[in-house]
Every structure is written in structure tokens, then in C-alpha cells.
Design a protein around this ligand. Structure first.
Ligand code: FES
Ligand code: FES
Length: 160
């Protein structure tokens, strides 16, 4: 028997999409497989690693634990939505300049989470950055360079 579907309309990075989705379709699968926004990564699929982090109506969400139907009528922002056309954001440049990525697998989720922090707290302390990024795991960097990158981006925002 064919699985029933629901019509949803989701705005992703400013563009509205209407789709038929199965009730159990995950937001991360809609983003990656249907919309082809592959900057959002899938790691653990259990809400632990944070590689799949996006925002939904401004709130950080692990998109591997969020159903597509829950995003109906909402605004989703992925890492692509934070990246200027043909360039990189100040935060992304700060990750590069501070050697805050190696394999890069965790980086989109880190950038989305750090961007959300800087929007709500433009000058976070080291402790605040650590607490905010507690849901994003990195197997490569040891975290210090990631914290440095967020601090450096914050300093640029504050002094510019
Ligand atoms: S893939 Fe979603 S938290 Fe790891
Ligand atoms: S840079 Fe490799 S997992 Fe973070």
C-alpha cells in the first residue's frame, strides 16, 4: 500500500518550496535529497553530532531529528543561506583563517550554530561559545581553533 503524503510549504534560505512528503520524512532528507542543499551533513542521525544543524524560524534544530512536516509554514536556514553568493561570510573566513576546520565534515553545523550565537550575542565569552557549541562535535580540531574562530569573528563584528 502506498504511503500517505502531506503537502507542506517550507521557505528555505528565502525560497518557498511546496512538496508532498511522507509523514516520517526527515527535514535533513528534504534539504539534501530533494532541495540538493548538501552543505547540511548527516553524521550520527541521532541528534548527537550536530553536523545536520540548521535553523527553523531562527531556532537551532538538529534536522536529523526534525520531521519535514514540522517545518511546514516555517523558515529554514541552512549553511548555504549564510553564505554570500560567490563568496564566504565573515564567520566562514574566520574559520578558514583560524584553522578551525580540517576534514570540514562538522563545519557547516558549527557555522550555523556559531552564526546563531553571534546574532543573539555579538560578543560572547569563551565560556559562552563553549556552552553554545556543546551540541556540535568535531573529530579533528580539538575545538580550540573553533573557539578562536568564533571569538575572532565576534571581534571583527564588534570593532567594525
Ligand atoms: S546527524 Fe543530526 S545530530 Fe548527528
Ligand atoms: S573538521 Fe573534521 S570533524 Fe570537524
Amino acid at each position: 500500500m502506498a504511503e500517505s503524503t502531506t503537502t507542506i510549504t517550507v521557505t528555505v534560505n528565502g525560497t518557498e518550496h511546496t512538496r508532498q512528503v511522507a509523514p516520517r520524512t526527515l527535514l535533513v532528507d528534504l534539504i539534501r535529497d530533494d532541495l540538493r542543499l548538501t552543505g547540511t551533513h548527516i553524521g550520527c542521525e541521532e541528534g548527537i553530532c550536530g553536523a545536520c544543524t540548521v535553523t527553523v524560524d531562527g531556532q537551532l534544530v538538529k534536522s536529523c531529528l526534525f520531521l519535514a512536516v514540522q517545518a511546514d509554514g516555517k523558515e529554514v536556514t541552512t549553511v548555504e543561506g549564510l553564505t554570500p553568493k560567490g563568496g564566504t561570510s565573515r564567520l566562514q573566513e574566520s574559520f578558514r583563517d583560524n584553522f578551525a576546520l580540517q576534514c570540514g565534515f562538522c563545519t557547516p553545523g558549527m557555522v550555523v550554530a556559531a552564526d546563531a550565537l553571534l546574532r543573539e550575542n555579538p560578543d560572547p565569552s569563551e565560556q559562552e561559545i563553549k556552552e553554545h557549541l556543546v551540541g556540535n562535535l568535531c573529530r579533528c580540531t580539538g575545538y580550540l581553533s573553533i573557539i578562536d574562530a568564533v571569538r575572532a569573528a565576534a571581534n571583527q563584528e564588534v570593532t567594525s
